[in-house]
Design a binder for this molecule. Structure first.
Ligand SMILES: Cc1cc2nc3c(=O)[nH]c(=O)nc-3n(C[C@H](O)[C@H](O)[C@H](O)COP(=O)(O)OP(=O)(O)OC[C@H]3O[C@@H](n4cnc5c(N)ncnc54)[C@H](O)[C@@H]3O)c2cc1C
Length: 475
């Protein structure tokens, strides 16, 4: 029997018999793309331009049955598997070199039941898809702050953003999921059925199977939220951040305020003389009654002498897109993250020093403000372990030219090293770069052992390993 070999520049990427490919194509609602087919490049191109991988075959799924066929094919021929949702993961785990790419990005349906306040969300949906459909009914589920992110990877790693302090993490609002296991079975997971898997997928990433549907609990939100930016000269950063921290300690759960340090982008509401200069941005969102929010945010907005204050009522779905123009796909990106219990004086000094040496105009340090409802869930209740009220730093290093990789990556690594002594030791797996495999066990802390045992039961061969990988306990 002759084999079909799909190769690029002479390299063998995957070997399967041609009749197998014909049978697969006949059975799929979606498509199977080799490097020669239309759709292949679209499937393999992801948000982080540093990732340029070439799978042997991309199965572009349209439904759960397609995912089952893809998993069975991978098992039969021992293929490396990568699973793509929204394609945003910084580590690039959504794509593999050689092997099989299972692309879910065409499965974007979101169905809302306004009576039960629940939504069923397909795994290729972006946060924008979810916000659009849920906000049509004045509802929302807590997700992240960049609307082009995929709901699938975000949920499986945990998920937090503007609504988290009020309504919990994305996983805290997951009621059930449908998934395809490593042996190709389609199952339901919830508190009653396959409860171990339901626990594991709430933070354990894509290690346990391929989710083909997420069912979320929704909440009444908006349609307008009091939100926007207050931009300060960076010279005042030390003083403002110290006051910011003490104000947040008492903040109601309706209020979330993230701090961003960077060179000012040429935003239309910023005076031109500030473009390109270092600034501290307080990005805030109040999820409750607008008049109450005006009062509750007055202290934070009254700090220092801001360059601009553009906090006002905005449609929630619009506010969810506020950072999109700064986080477009196609740039080279490298991230580093730490969790902090509080912003220590020494930490603030280190962050401020790092901003003074920012390697490029698109680099920034984000400090996410969490806690609130998220911290009311016990550590062992879901796989995501860091439930204490805390701050999560994400160093977004971003540039365009591959020749500058070493300088930009080096700056991020230095900052990561210098801030480590102030950190809790945990880390959000969804913010981890590809070179951080060594941190995964620590990232899950007390939950790693149980995750590893569940992995052993459900994926002992580690079929799903192109991710922040949890090893089967007997591996
Ligand atoms: C610009 C930007 C802003 C962000 N902001 C936030 C934020 O505010 N809050 C936050 O919590 N996170 C945020 N993130 C991180 C985000 O949660 C992760 O990047 C997440 O992995 C993205 O999911 P995705 O589906 O787009 O990614 P993909 O790269 O497609 O998938 C990531 C991994 O998830 C797994 N996976 C994907 N789909 C499935 C599936 N259906 N079944 C099983 N496994 C699957 C695979 O292992 C895959 O490798 C942000 C990321 C970016 C790039």
């Amino acid at each position: 029997m002759t084999s079909a070999i799909f190769s690029t520049a002479g390299a063998t990427l995957i070997t399967i018999p041609p009749e197998e490919l014909d049978a697969l194509r006949a059975g799929l609602a979606g498509s199977a793309c080799t490097p020669a087919d239309a759709g292949y490049d679209e499937a393999r191109t992801i948000w982080n331009a540093m990732i340029d991988r070439r799978p042997g075959l991309a199965i572009r799924c349209k439904n759960a049955a397609d995912v089952v066929l893809a998993v069975k094919l991978a098992r039969k021929y021992g293929l490396t598997v990568a699973v793509r949702g929204g394609g945003h993961n910084i580590a690039g785990s959504a794509v593999c070199d050689g092997g099989l790419l299972i692309d879910l990005s065409l499965m974007r349906t979101v169905r809302v039941d306004p009576e039960t306040k629940r939504a069923n969300v397909a795994p290729g949906a972006t946060l924008a898809d979810v916000d659009r459909e849920t906000q049509a009914f004045g509802l929302a589920v807590p997700t992240g702050i960049n609307s082009t992110t995929g709901i699938a990877g975000l949920t499986l790693g945990g998920g937090f953003g503007w609504l988290t302090r009020k309504f919990g993490m994305t996983i805290d609002n997951l009621i059930s999921a449908e998934m395809v296991t490593a042996d190709g079975k389609l199952i339901q997971v919830n508190v009653r059925e396959n409860a171990d898997l339901f626990w594991a997928i709430r933070g354990g990433g894509g290690n346990f199977g391929i989710v083909t549907n997420f069912e979320f609990q929704l909440h009444l939100v908006g349609p307008e939220v009091l939100s926007g930016l207050v931009v300060h000269p960076f010279a005042d950063a030390r003083k403002i951040l110290t006051q910011y921290q003490s104000m947040l300690a008492e903040a109601p759960h309706d209020l979330t305020c993230w701090a961003v340090m960077r060179k000012a982008p040429p935003l239309p509401f910023l005076p031109a003389e500030w473009h390109g200069k270092e600034v501290l941005i307080l990005a805030m969102c109040w999820v409750g009654d607008i008049a109450a929010g005006e009062k509750a945010t007055a202290g934070l907005r009254g700090l220092g002498n801001p360059i601009v204050d553009v906090v006002s009522p905005h449609p929630f779905a619009g506010w969810q897109t506020a950072f999109d123009p700064l986080l477009t796909e196609g740039a080279r990106n490298y991230w580093k993250t730490h969790d902090f219990d509080h912003l220590d004086d020494g930490l603030l000094d280190t962050l401020i020093g790092a901003v003074e040496t920012l390697p490029g105009p698109e680099c920034e340090i984000f400090v996410a403000h969490t806690g609130g409802a998220m911290s009311h869930i016990p550590v062992g209740a879901t796989a995501y372990p860091q439930r204490s009220a805390h701050f999560t730093m994400n160093v977004h290093t971003r540039w365009r030219d591959a020749k500058e990789d070493a300088a930009f990556i080096g700056w991020a690594r230095d900052l990561f090293r210098d801030t480590a002594k102030y950190s809790l030791g945990s880390a959000y797996v969804n913010f981890m770069s590809a070179d951080e495999d060594y941190r995964i066990e620590k990232a899950y802390g007390p939950n790693y052992k149980r995750l590893s045992e569940i992995k052993q039961r459900h994926d002992p061969d580690n079929l799903f390993r192109s991710n922040q990988n949890i090893r089967p306990s007997k591996a």
